[in-house]
Design a protein around this ligand. Sequence first.
Ligand SMILES: [Zn+2]
Length: 155
Amino acid sequence: MRHKIKDHLYNLAMRTNCPYCNLLRRRDKRVLLRKKRVFAAFSDPRLMPGHLLIIPKKYVEKLSELNSEERKEIFDTAIYFQEKILKNIAPGCDMRQHYRPFIPQRKFKVNHLHIHLQPRKNKDKLWEKTQRYEDNIFRKLSEKERESMRKRLAK
Ligand SMILES: [Zn+2]
């Protein structure tokens, strides 16, 4: 019980300082759509025009903390806007979700769970500045690594 109260107070403190919870409270113009459990907003700062965020109204940091209705609504909303982006904004679209608890919250890192939708074009600025260097990071998957990872993922 004491644990629950502590969790609740922690959650309340996090929500008070959370830029995404504040978007909802302030009825900010960045909010594009509100649904029962989820909302969509423009990312600001953004990586490219049309960079959107799909955010659960509940303050959580990981997808596993959402119940099945919330999981369904967040993915349905992300898919809905991905199709809008593909139809009206760009020929491609990345969907990304990060969980990096080792980075403290700051301007470019918000702990409140969110899915990024990023409109993509061939050889766009994001590719030019970062992703073209990913080619140098890829390595062939060895049999040893594959089996070692299989064991670790089964625990
Ligand atoms: Zn929040």
